[in-house]
Design a protein around this ligand. Sequence first.
Ligand code: NAP
Length: 238
Amino acid sequence: MRIALFGGTGRIGSHVLGWALEGGHQVTVLARDPRELGILARDPGELTVLASDSAGLAVPCREPAGPAVPAGAVTVVTGDVTDPAAVREVVDGADAVLSALGPRGARTPGLLGTAARNITTAMTASGARRLVCVSAAGAFIQADPDAGALVKMIVPRIWATPFADVRDMEAVVAASGLDWTMVRATRLVDGARTGRYRVRPDFPPAGGRKISRADVAGFMGAVVTEGNWVRARPALAY
Ligand SMILES: NC(=O)c1ccc[n+]([C@@H]2O[C@H](COP(=O)([O-])OP(=O)(O)OC[C@H]3O[C@@H](n4cnc5c(N)ncnc54)[C@H](OP(=O)(O)O)[C@@H]3O)[C@@H](O)[C@H]2O)c1
C-alpha cells in the first residue's frame, strides 16, 4: 500500500512509520526536519541513510537507530503541514493517509484544524479516500455519559485551546466525505505496544484513562489494513 504520513517524527508517528515499514508499505512522509526521522538501513557492512527526499536525494539522519528498511521504501517531503503545496506532494498517489500530528506546545496555533483542511483538500483533489487521524477523547468529555461532573467542569477549562483545535479538526474531517477514522486517544503514555486495550465508539471504555502511543499507532495501522471503523470515532483505553 502507498501510505502518506503526517507527524512521522513524533512519538505516535514514529511507531506508525515503523508499522508501515514492517508491513512492507511504501511511505511518503512529511517532516519539517528529516533528520528527526532516523531511518537507516544496513548496507553491506555499514549503516547507510535510507530515506530520500522527493528529488531522490539521500537525507542524513541524526541518530543511527531506525529500523532497517529496503532502499526506496521511504520518500521524505521536507515541509510544514500548514503549506498546502507540501501537503499535496505527500498525499499525491497515496492509498491511505495517516496523521499523527500534534501541536508541539502550541507553536502553531490551530495546527490540527489547518492541517485537516490542507489534508482533506489534497485528498479530494488526488482521489485518495482513506484517512486515519489521531484525535483526543478529552476534547469531547462534556458529552461523555461516564465522565463525572467535576471532571467535565475542570478538564475543558485547562485544555480549552488544544481541545478546540481537536474539535475543529474532527469537524473538518467529518464533513470531508472521505473514508475517515478519528482515533480518540485517552491520556497518552510511553510504553510498549501491548495490543491489549479496549475500544468503544465515541467515548472511552468505562474506567479507561490511558493508552500507550505504541498501541494507538498499532490500532491506526490495523484499521487501515482491515478497513474497519470507517466514518467512526473509536476511543481507546486500557
Ligand atoms: N497528550 C495526551 O495525553 C493526548 C491525549 C489524547 C490525544 N492526544 C493527541 O495526540 C497527538 C500528539 O501525539 P504525540 O505525542 O505523538 O505528538 P508529538 O510527539 O508531539 O508529535 C507531533 C508531530 O506533529 C508534527 N508537527 C507539529 N507541527 C507541525 C507542522 N507545523 N508541520 C508538520 N509537522 C508538524 C511534529 O513534527 P516535528 O518533529 O517537526 O515537531 C511531530 O511529528 C495530538 O494530536 C494530541 O491531540 C494527546
